[in-house]
Write a protein that binds this ligand. Structure first.
Ligand code: NI
Length: 192
């Protein structure tokens, strides 16, 4: 009971911080299978589907550019992982899929992801397309309105790895550091 209350307290604290309560809730276990069809638009206007990147390892992360904490940290680690991978990074396509298409226009997304690493592709779409992509990846997200008229998006936070055939391999908690992500991706690529 105490442990449950502690978990809830932590979850509410994170919620208050505008963060990612779903990832911390006991019920939100890491996805064991995820990924599937999606149809979105890249920050440069190209139409992108799950078929677009066949032949590459995908590193997929869902978030939004107004995220105050976890998303920027995760994208920093994603960029660090690409650096660590060196030439092997050519076999990896990192994707950042927005959960806030209203504010994350193509232009906003392009500027945001490029600030971390130009190899990260930002994807947006209609609210329906985003909802479908999130369903495919078992991503939970919810708009939380604030008193000042601004809003946050609570969302689960995992780094999804898809293999070159487009099959789900694993989902890592988003707080995994870039060094570790690079080592694990390296292992996965060598084992294939
Ligand atoms: Ni976030």
């Amino acid at each position: 009971m105490t442990r449950l209350l502690t978990s809830l307290a932590v979850a509410f604290a994170l919620l208050g911080g505008g963060g990612h309560a779903f990832a911390q809730l006991p019920s939100a276990a890491p996805p064991t299978a995820a990924g599937g069809p999606f149809a979105l638009t890249a920050a440069d206007g190209r139409a992108v589907t799950d078929q677009t990147y066949r032949g590459k390892w995908l590193l997929v992360y869902f978030g939004y550019t107004h995220c105050p904490d976890v998303c920027p940290t995760t994208l920093s680690e994603m960029a660090a992982a690409l650096q660590h991978l060196g030439p092997l990074a050519d076999r990896v396509q990192p994707l950042f899929i927005t959960l806030d298409p209203r504010r994350d226009t193509q232009a906003v997304l392009a500027e945001y992801v490029t600030a971390f690493d130009a190899r990260i592709v930002g994807l947006t779409g209609t609210p329906q397309q985003i909802a479908a992509a999130a369903r495919s990846y078992q991503v939970f997200y919810e708009r939380v309105d604030r008193d000042d008229g601004d809003y946050l998006i609570d969302h689960s936070s995992y780094l999804y790895v898809m293999n070159p055939d487009g099959r789900f391999v694993t989902a890592w908690p988003s707080d995994r550091n870039g060094d570790q992500v690079a080592r694990d991706l390296d292992d996965l690529m060598r084992a294939r």
